[in-house]
Structure formats: structure tokens, C-alpha cells
Design a protein around this ligand. Sequence first.
Ligand code: HEC
Length: 432
Amino acid sequence: MKTLQKSFALSVLVLTALAANADEFERVPISYSTATPVNAISRLQARLDKGDAAIAYDKEFGYLPSVLQALNVPISSQTLVFSKTSLQRSRISPKTPRALYFSDDMYVGYCQSGQVLEISAVDPMLGTVFYSLDQQPTAKPKFERQVDACILCHGSSQTRGVPGHIVRSVYPDLTGEAVFALGSQRVDQTTPIDRRWGGWYVTGTHGKQLHRGNLIVANRNDRETIANNPLGRNITNLKNFFDTSAYLTPHSDIVALMVLEHQVEMHNLITRLNFQTRLALHDQRQLNKELGRAPNYWSETTYRRIKAVAEPMLRYMFFSGEAKLTEKLQGTSSFAAEFAKIGRRDGKGRGFREFDLQTRLFKYPCSYLIHSEPFERLPTEAKDYVYQRIHEILINRDYTRDFDHLTDADRHAIWEILRATKRDLPSYFAKK
Ligand code: HEC
């Protein structure tokens, strides 16, 4: 764990200021650090301990291939980031990028010769739970839960103040160090394409659309190269940048990146809604007790606290403010095909994982994570609010600015898909 601690010390210097919100998720009823996680990693660990599952060690990649397989994380989701913006910074450079893999409920980070695999697991009650897995062969592999070493960055203003996920865009120099003087930003689905992917490799075609991927800043005064990134566009093969054979696949797929960027923020917003609702209800119950009110009394404040976090989640879920595509995006790996193949569909074969990739990411602008466990297990009070609003937006045609991007056809299709694929809809969804 030496590397972990060293990186941790470094990060403390840079990021202490960002961790200001940490106390919120340590409060009852969340108690983030001390609560027992229940997620795909804790389930896998239990099976490993009982001998019902095993993970194999690979000479080149350590536990990576076997862990991905055991967790059902597709190799095609690989993206490569070469900026030294994360934990194992000494292992990361333009020649030795960090590889990330993800599924709907799991994110796995791998560095060449890395001491550990880094894992952020989606946990319906705790948002995101972090683990490391030692990359030394051992008879009893153990996913170690990590809190402080990860939360510093992953529980900061970069993740909406909850334990969550990050994507950034920076301008990396020849060593992979971010040149912050040139700017940097958090990335989600609303980030214009021309600001994305700084510090990331990008394979795929995108026409004349500019982006910051594949760009190494050799001379920070060379404004022309920095702005137009002439050598970084429409790259379908990364072999001129680094030795791609050192990775499970040679891709850092543009569509995988787009989906990753949608998903990380959606997960963070669901977590925030979960936490803030539970905290608001807890505070309400305490206050009711102190004031001698009925235990189920609801104040306006409680309602407003839930609304304040539910609305941003709803806007994001319906892709409000999504960055526009002006030309078609096409990836290089099998990611898009594999991603679209799974998930729930309605009787007409329509589902939220179908891509558009011409003007926007998905054909039907409603996040597929509406089918995920963290969404389905939101506190009842949060779900009641969210469903009421979904009904209002889709059926009563909420045309306020946040939702005016949804055409009547979009609303109708989303409504039909929801009714066919969601099992937890309130009864008023049955009527039209
Ligand atoms: C110095 C800040 C920092 C620390 C500390 C850190 N990370 Fe990250 N992590 C990042 C950034 C930034 C990204 C976004 C990708 C990138 O720039 O490499 C990221 C991305 C990830 C991802 C991919 C998806 C996601 O969840 O955002 C995983 C998995 C991950 N980190 C795991 C961990 C684990 C596990 C720990 C603790 C053992 C950890 N990280 C500690 C900064 C950090």
C-alpha cells in the first residue's frame, strides 16, 4: 500500500480544499465510512471467500482480465487516459496511459505495473464504494475497501459532494502532467465536444468537430496547435502514440467515452438524490420528535430539499442541455454494438440504449440508468417526487426551458418505453 499512501500525501496538498462536503455523507443515516457496503464487489468477495468463485492471475495484466470477466465488465468499454490526474500518477504518462473499464454498475482502473487495480463500485445505498485489489499474485485475493485514499478526489466538489465518479479534461504536457494554466474542467454530457477528452486518447471518427483528445502540449505558447489539435482528430489507431499491445485492446473508443461521461454524472446525481432525501427525512423526524409533532409530519423545507436535488437529476436524466453533435460519431471497437444489445426493451424493440450519434448520444433521450438498481432503490419519497415529475414532463407536456428539447415524439416514445419496461411505476401511469 506504499504507493497508495504516497499518492495520497501528494493529493492531500492539492485537493484538501475540495473535500469540504465530506462531513455530510458521514452523518446518520448515511454513515458512509462505517456502513456495510452491499454491491457487486462485496458479493464477489463473499463468493471468493467461500470458494464459489476464483479469479486468475495473468503474467502481463495481473488480475485485470479475470476481474473484468467475474464482474461482467466488457473489455470493449476500454478508454485510455494519460494525464497524471489520478491516484497512481507515477505510472501514468502519454506512453503508459491508464486504462478504464466500466459497466452499468462498475468502474475498473488499471495502470501498467500498477500496484493495485482501482475499483469504484456502484452501491445502491452508499453511492460509490471504492476498492483496491493488490496486483501481486496471492492465494486469497482480497478487494480492500478504501475510503480516505479515494474520497479526497472522489468525494469532492468534482463529484457533487458525494462519493462518486470523475471525468476531467485537461491539457497534459509531454510527461502527462496537466498544464492547469491552460485550463481544465469536469466533463459530463453537457460539456461541448470541443472541450472534451483533454488528457485522454480517443479512437474514432467525428468529422470536422474539434476536441482535445490525443493532444500533448509540447509548447504551451503554440496556441494554434492547442486550439485546433490537428494531429489528434479522427484517429482510429493509436500505435504512433504508444505501444498498444500493452493493453487488452488497442482502443479508447469515442462512443465508450461519450457513454462514460453520461453515466458518471448520472450516477453522482442519483447518489445525491438518495443521500439528500435520507438526510432531509432524518432531520425532519428528529425535528418532529423535538417539537412533539406527528412522526410523519412533512415540512415545506423537507419537500424543498428533495426537490432541489431531484430536479437536476431529472434534467440530466432527460438529457437537458446535452452537447450537440454536428457530425456523426463512429467508434473503433465493438463497444457500441455490445452496449446497445443488452437492457430492457418495449414490444416494438425500442430501448434507452439505442444510439443516435448523429445529433445526440441516444435515440430516446432518457437515461438507461432509470432501470438501474440505484434508481429503483431510491427512497420512496424521492421516487414519488421523481415519478410525479416524469408524468408531468411526458404527459402534461412540461414545456419549460429545461425540457423544451424534448419533442412530442420523444415524449411519447419515452412514455411508451417506460410503461413497457418499468415495473415500479405508480398506478397513475396506467391511465393516459
Ligand atoms: C488525486 C485524485 C484522485 C484520487 C486520490 C483517486 N482518484 Fe480515481 N480518479 C481521479 C480522476 C481525476 C479520475 C478521472 C480519470 C482520470 O483523470 O484518470 C478518476 C477515475 C477513477 C475511476 C474511473 C471512474 C470513476 O469512478 O471516476 C476509478 C475506478 C477510480 N478513479 C478509482 C479510484 C480508487 C479506487 C481510488 C482510491 C484507492 C482513487 N480512484 C483515488 C482522481 C483520483
